[in-house]
Design a protein around this ligand. Sequence first.
Ligand code: GAP
Length: 458
Amino acid sequence: MPRPDVLETLVSLAKRRGFIFQSSEIYGGTGSVWDYGPLGVELKNNVKARWWNAMVRERDDVEGLDAAILMHPKVWEASGHVSGFSDPLVDCKACKARFRADKLGDAVCPRKPSKQPGEHADCQLTEPRQFNLMFKTFIGPVEESASVVYLRPETAQGIFVNFLNVQQATRQKVPFGIAQIGKAFRNEITPGNFIFRTREFEQMEMQFFVEPGTDMEHFERWKQTRLEWHLGLGLDRDRLAFHQHTDKELAHYARAAFDINFDFGGTLGFQEIEGVHNRSDFDLRQHQEFSSKKLEYVDQANNKRYLPYVIETSVGVDRVTLAILVNALREEAVEGEQEGRTVMGFHPALAPIKAGVFPLTKKDGQPEMAERLASALRKRFPVFYDEAGAIGRRYRRQDEAGTPFGITIDSDSTANDSVTIRFRDDMGQIRVATSRVAEVLGRYLEADHARADSRLVE
Ligand code: GAP
């Protein structure tokens, strides 16, 4: 049975709680561009930090890079994007809508009654024409063809053109990788589904340079490594699946490719969140030819020189963030209460706020004690202090924000210097000495735990 479609619920929760807003909303919005609010930026930064740690910091065979968005225009000729990065587009002269010619079957005509493009009697679809997805702009004051530059449609090319710079600076030996996180831009014809397909997005890409002939073995290893990374984010195993590209689906540069798909539910269903590609030596060879600069790797130990093959792992920050939001959303009944609760059950390491701190009342020194504790904890974790409204309401607000721990200061706290920690996932509570709160939360975070568990307190 298909999982329910939760996108509408998420769009409204994301706005209400400050995860994600439509870009330039007060002007009516910019099509398929989104802004991350206070909780969204923390969540997205946590996703990026987790990727950077796993791919760069915890490995000695991958180096980091932050290449510029604007690159020499020849880069995109060499990469094949100027001639080939296009989708077939059809216009309808009757309703002025635009559709991807190869996806007409999935498209809906904007006019009522709801039909597919071409199905209304007066639809006038044009012949398909190729539409390049790169955004063009100009460098310098003169808008002429000689000054055209593109906003990069993928971060990968910044890595290819820096391959020898990084290799020589770090003295890495093949096999080794280069990783970067950065913005990419595509003038998508059919963007949509919230932050799933947007025109401005972020990618986390890694190019692993290997000796030709060893490429498929590295490809298999990276496939598994990347699937495990997604599982480590707390995405459900049965929502993740590999999809192998058929010959027809393979990109012009790819020798083999697998997508890691996530089940977003509803009509979207299983969709790509990451691509793992064997790009052969296509990109280095092209750049070598177009730049007339040798990009060979010199293997001195074995007296060989060659253009390495590249295994690429490419994941969209926004798309994986959407997968995390979809996976986390739970609407549950609460025993003894009429209203249920909405919980964002994020993996604790990804949660934008780690702890809410709540004085039970606004008197008897409780707010002062709570503020002291909050500011001590802030040195280690993002913490939210809240003294407004009934305690149940304050817990619910943090459940919706996905905050794993709620710390309550009550009359016993001021008498005994102890507080309760309430756990988001099972609403269980434990009492600990105030001086131990940071240490106990640290243990729970390390254990990826958001349920009461006395073993972590002893
Ligand atoms: N360098 C290879 C490359 O860019 P891709 O399959 O076109 O491959 C990789 O993109 C990932 O980037 C996708 O799996 C997806 O997560 C993300 N992505 C691509 N286009 C996107 C868009 N328009 N909006 C959001 N994310 C996108």
